[in-house]
Design a protein around this ligand. Structure first.
Ligand SMILES: [Zn+2]
Length: 140
């Protein structure tokens, strides 16, 4: 696996990195399962933040390179916290730093239905409790 220097990352941001290297780098940035994934994301973010000229934001870069959106399933697991820290971090960056509108509204939507089903479960329990209480009262 190739290592990327800060110079490479800067070149990537300026789109002056060789196509081949850029493609490999993007693969690492897209896949939370890759060993250097988090490290590279952090470094990339650091470089973006430390740049004075506001020509790039990590969000622009992300959108331009179409770094992948997590699937709806991943977002669902993110809400349920049934996800690895690395994956959760990726999604967090994707939504909070990159501010991907699509994923944000997907997440809102999922959150909403998660709340609803939780609410339904509680409601169901209440009903059962109520019915058994009523049943007990009737027997007395
Ligand atoms: Zn997205």
């Amino acid at each position: 696996m190739p290592n990327y220097s800060d110079k490479d990352l800067v070149a990537y941001l300026d789109e002056s990195l060789s196509m081949e290297k850029a493609a490999d780098l993007e693969k690492l940035l897209r896949d939370p399962g890759q060993a250097d994934h988090k490290d590279l994301l952090d470094r990339l973010q650091q470089i973006v933040l430390s740049r004075d000229s506001g020509t790039h934001t990590i969000g622009e870069i992300w959108k331009r390179h179409r770094l992948s959106c997590p699937s709806r399933e991943d977002l669902g697991r993110y809400i349920l916290e049934a996800i690895s820290d690395e994956e959760a971090n990726y999604i967090k960056i994707h939504i909070e730093v990159i501010e991907c509108e699509i994923c944000r509204s997907n997440l809102d939507d999922l959150q909403h239905s998660a709340n609803q089903s939780q609410h339904a479960v509680i409601q169901d329990r209440r009903n059962k409790y109520f019915q058994s209480s009523v049943g007990r009262l009737r027997k007395q």
